[in-house]
Write a protein that binds this ligand. Structure first.
Ligand code: GDG
Length: 472
């Protein structure tokens, strides 16, 4: 019976070492939920790093045994590999380049070598599990070489690849010393998926300009195969957020927050700590709002949740300091005994508290400099059962291609952003409802389950067409 193997850098379960031994924490991330319906079925499998350095073979075996029952197979990485492959090439070369932050990118040969070696390690792990009829779905920028490595070992395999971050203009890709290897690596797949048509066009243009391969109508012709390329905008588990927002627990949290905030209006932002998310720019725009419209002083607070991330990478540590400094300065400048302009949280919160915040906030600020999709924007919409609230959304988030009823802004235009906050705060309820209900219908329909289905169906169809052409 053919199986489906999902491959990503991280497994949907995180293994932690505690005083009581190893504990296994399931991830609540969007990808884990969306692919849950696939990897948990039958003999299907998810292959990836469990997020922990193992100390000995006994520990390794224990993790393997535990995860096997949940249809997962671990790939173990060493501390050096995490430094050079993950923090190095993945997050200090590819991440900044693909998000148009080339000035932050490093080009280290040792990091590249670690990237190749870890992609090969993943390839061996997949080959140890995959039968000839199995479908393999590889995810994201840490594993760009994996499709081609698998293809060399299994020329007939069915391989899909999905990129969760933007694919930038080929002008940025061409800066990378290893651009040819990276593009060829992706082309090992039968189907390559992106969040938007824009990213897909950039990829096609990179392949034609940098590899000289013909591409037409989302089809790339390599010397021995054709590769399909398409856009699959990722969705969320809509019902999960809609229900969590009105759960008893979330309602209790919301009531507590409301009481503490009294009549203060709330603008909310939620992100991982990342320079791509526009966090510092957003704070400056909020400062501008309070200067331009002093009537909002004492009336509106920005609740800013920043989730710690990648703190071993130097730019992330520097950004954390910049945010701390900005929040301190603005709060010192504007606060009164009874009002805090910015309520800044540097930690992650459980889902019920997160959805209580979504439900409470009159305005959500999703203003990344670049973002593959941005699921926070969709989660805010799903949590707004009463259809009151305004989404301010950066035109450079993939989500802006779908959510055109948001207030769409250019995140570097401080003035436009401050005006959008003001417009959102004074928007009539009827207009809020019209905009939200249109976006809710869309986010509900194109959810993470339909995303998974569309990709898998398209992959099966692509493979079938290849067979038909080969036998004609
Ligand atoms: C990458 C791409 C693309 C955040 N804080 C808490 C919490 N979260 C959850 C959110 C949301 C997720 O984290 C963040 O997802 P995003 O899509 O916004 O951003 P990335 O992590 O950068 O994800 C992105 C995505 O992949 C999928 O393809 O959309 O563009 O960069 O689900 O809710 N969850 C909880 N507590 C928190 O404090 N429970």
């Amino acid at each position: 019976m053919p199986r489906t193997l999902i491959v990503s850098n991280r497994l949907p379960t995180k293994v932690l070492r505690t005083d009581d031994g190893l504990t296994f924490q399931p991830s609540e991330g969007g990808l884990a939920t969306g692919l849950g319906s696939i990897y948990r079925q039958g003999d299907n499998l998810w292959i990836g790093w469990p997020g922990l350095f193992v100390q000995d073979e006994g520990e390794e075996q224990h993790i393997k045994d535990e995860l096997r029952d949940d249809n997962m197979a671990p790939v173990f990485l060493t501390e050096d590999e995490i430094r050079d492959f993950y923090e190095g090439f993945s997050n200090s070369t590819l991440w900044p380049t693909f998000h148009y932050f080339s000035e932050f990118a490093t080009y280290e040969q040792t990091h590249w070598e670690a990237y190749v070696a870890v992609n090969q390690k993943f390839c061996q792990a997949v080959l140890a599990q995959a039968g000839p009829e199995d479908t393999i779905w590889v995810h994201d920028y840490q594993l760009l070489l994996l499709p081609e490595l698998l293809r060399q070992a299994r020329p007939e395999a069915t391989i899909g690849f999905f990129l969760h971050i933007p694919f930038p203009s080929q002008e940025l890709i061409r800066v990378l010393p290893w651009r040819t290897e990276l593009l060829r690596g992706m082309l090992g797949a039968d189907l390559i998926g992106f969040h938007t048509f824009g990213y897909m066009r950039h990829f096609l243009s990179a392949v034609t300009h940098l590899l000289g391969l013909p591409a037409q109508n989302g089809q790339i012709e390599t010397p021995n195969r054709s590769v399909r390329v398409d856009a699959f905008p990722m969705g969320i588990d809509y019902e999960r957020y809609a229900q969590a927002a009105v759960s008893k627990e979330a309602q209790q949290h919301e009531a507590e927050y409301r009481e503490a905030l009294r009549d203060t209006r709330v603008i909310l932002s939620i992100d991982r700590l990342d320079y791509t998310k526009g966090i510092a720019q957003r704070l400056r725009a909020f400062d501008l709002l309070l200067q331009r419209y002093p009537e909002w002083q004492g009336q509106v607070s920005l609740i800013m949740l920043v989730v710690p991330s990648r703190d071993q990478v130097p730019q992330y540590a520097a950004l954390k300091e910049e945010i701390d400094e900005l929040v301190g300065r603005l709060n010192a400048q504007y606060r009164t005994i009874s009002w805090n302009p910015i309520l800044y949280f540097y930690r992650s919160l459980p889902l019920e508290e997160l959805t209580a915040l979504y439900h409470l906030a009159e305005v959500a600020l999703v203003t990344p400099m670049r973002d593959g999709m941005n699921l926070v924007a969709k989660e805010y919409i799903a949590s707004k059962g009463d259809q009151r609230g305004v989404l301010i959304l950066s035109e450079r988030a993939g989500a802006a291609r779908e959510l055109s009823d948001a207030l769409i802004i250019n995140p570097t235009d401080m003035s436009q952003l401050a005006e959008a906050m003001h417009d959102a705060l004074v928007m009539p309820e009827e207009e809020q409802q019209t905009r939200l209900s249109a976006m809710q219908a869309l986010v509900k329909r194109y959810n993470v389950f339909s995303w998974t289905r569309l990709f898998m169906n398209q992959l099966a169809y692509t493979k079938m067409k290849q067979h038909t052409l080969a036998t004609e």
